[in-house]
Design a protein around this ligand. Structure first.
Ligand code: GDP
Ligand code: IMO
Ligand code: MG
Length: 442
């Protein structure tokens, strides 16, 4: 069972980092395969909190190799800050590897991202302003610059000058901003290249060889299924393939290498930025979820939009990613609500859609159809066994399983590493019993 994927099933921020960190005690390698420093993954270990943007969430384990794969767009300045920060906290970064094919986020990408959003005004996407869209656009245009270019400065200079011609004319002529100086960028990136050069390798071989040797490789998704460039709520999406299929292209493995796809689902729904959100709660309920769940962006600090669980989205996500099992997070946040609602369909112009409608207007304008469930008042943050959860919490979980038809194998009831309920009959047996390594330590 060597290839395991952790995929976000909603609009991101479900707690992927927290789950990857917990599972990393039983794996050999953790691989990020897409996205960039738009991601913000929070890990809580005891009283310590770590926020990862580009470094894989397995980095807290000294024996785990952490890979930034080819499909990632990398901001080297931010990476260096992350590495310095980890090292100053006594965490070794020696086991980090960066793909020689990963594209670099350049200063002009960040300027273009901000300027494009500004120009869109009210219609803005609500990006993280990290330059993600323009970096992927340059990659698709074949004018991107890769980490390996930092190791051949002649090529790097030529590519930078060429790319800057186009980027500067966009910055000046379209956005009316000052052009950037190639020499300044060159000097800055040469410095970054010296600092991160030792980590740059061909990670495709590294990952495939690890799988060949039956090592356990965890693929850590960033963003979420509904933010996928092809399958999400376009154009209110990010610019990469966030779904399980993105692992193949982003890490350089064939589909047969993936043995277990774990979908992470938050017990309610959140989204940051613009775009349709049928179950959004703008009043008291949304505020309750936001405050109790600390729903403020890890990367931008923006308040996250909050609402009820939407199984139309979840069923779609299960299908697109072929999710084998689910990890439900933040169940503790719902404690104390009067009742819990779960969306099972969208109503639009008299018609009911139980599956994702083919036209996005429906998602923008529909009325969600809800099933209602009882809530509970007991503190569940110390519960270790499913049977010890209050009856309504168990009912909530069983009903989600009934609707989405996938087993919920892990339930997270707190941000801290150990606050997890493993359901023996599902994931634990499949993933951890046949290993040569120690069983899951949490
Ligand atoms: P990611 O982007 O999917 O890794 O998620 P984020 O780290 O951006 O957001 C999830 C937030 O919820 C983080 O602050 C986590 O520490 C926190 N968190 C994760 N799981 C739980 C949980 O079960 N309960 C509570 N209360 N917080 C959690
Ligand atoms: P993690 O990995 C939640 C959202 C932005 C915006 C859209 C496009 O922490 O779950 P971009 O900067 O990518 O061009 O922005 O995507 N977004 C995220 N939302 N979690 C994330 O990452 C996100 N990364 C990007 O808010 O709506
Ligand atoms: Mg996040």
């Amino acid at each position: 069972m060597p290839g395991i994927a952790i995929i976000s099933s909603q609009w991101g921020d479900e707690g992927k980092g927290r789950i990857v960190d917990m599972l990393s005690s039983s794996v050999d390698m953790v691989v990020r395969f897409q996205g960039g420093n738009n991601a913000g993954h929070t890990v809580v270990k005891g009283n310590e909190q770590y926020k990862f943007h580009q470094v894989p969430s397995g980095i807290l384990y000294p024996d785990v190799t952490c890979v930034i794969g080819s499909g990632v767009v990398l901001n080297p300045e931010v990476l260096i800050e992350e590495l310095d920060n980890l090292e100053s906290r006594g965490i070794s970064t020696d086991n980090l590897r960066i793909s020689c094919n990963a594209h670099l986020i350049m200063p002009y990408h960040i300027i273009r991202d901000k300027a494009a959003e500004h120009r869109l005004g009210k219609s803005k996407i609500g990006t993280t302003h990290k330059g993600i869209g323009p970096a992927y656009a340059d990659k698709a245009l074949r004018s991107g610059i890769r980490t390996q270019d930092l190791q051949d400065l002649k090529i790097f200079k030529t590519k930078l000058e060429e790319s800057l011609k186009l980027n500067n004319s966009i910055i000046e002529k379209i956005y009316g901003l000052d052009p950037l100086d190639p020499d300044e960028i060159f000097a800055e990136y040469v410095k970054y290249g010296k600092r991160i050069g030792k980590y740059i390798v061909d990670t495709t071989f590294l990952i495939n060889e690890a799988l060949d040797r039956n090592k356990r490789v965890l693929f850590e998704g960033a963003q979420g299924t509904m933010l996928d460039i092809d399958h999400g709520t376009y154009p209110y999406v990010t610019s990469s393939s966030t779904v399980a299929g993105g692992i193949c292209t982003g890490a350089g493995i064939g589909p047969g290498r993936l043995d277990e796809i774990i979908g992470v689902i938050k017990a309610y729904t959140t989204r940051v930025g613009s775009g349709p959100f049928p179950t959004e709660e703008n009043g008291k309920i949304g505020d309750y979820m936001r405050e109790k769940g600390h729903e403020y962006g890890t990367t931008t600090g923006r308040p996250r939009r909050c609402g009820w669980l939407d199984t139309v989205i979840l069923k779609y996500s299960v299908m697109i990613n072929t999710i084998d099992s689910v990890t439900l997070t933040k169940l503790d946040v719902l404690t104390g609500l009067e009742k819990i609602k779960v969306c099972t369909g969208y109503k639009y112009e008299g018609k009911i859609y139980n599956d994702m409608p083919g036209h996005q207007t429906i998602m923008h304008k529909c009325q969600p159809i809800y099933e209602e469930f009882e809530c509970w008042d007991e503190d569940i943050s110390r519960v270790k066994n499913f049977e010890d959860l209050p009856g309504p919490a168990r009912e909530y979980i069983k009903n989600i399983e009934r609707i989405i038809k996938v087993p919920i194998s892990m339930i997270s009831v707190g941000a801290e590493r150990s606050k997890i309920i493993m359901r023996d009959d599902n994931l634990k047996g499949r993933l951890f019993d046949q290993t040569g390594r120690s069983t899951l330590i949490i």
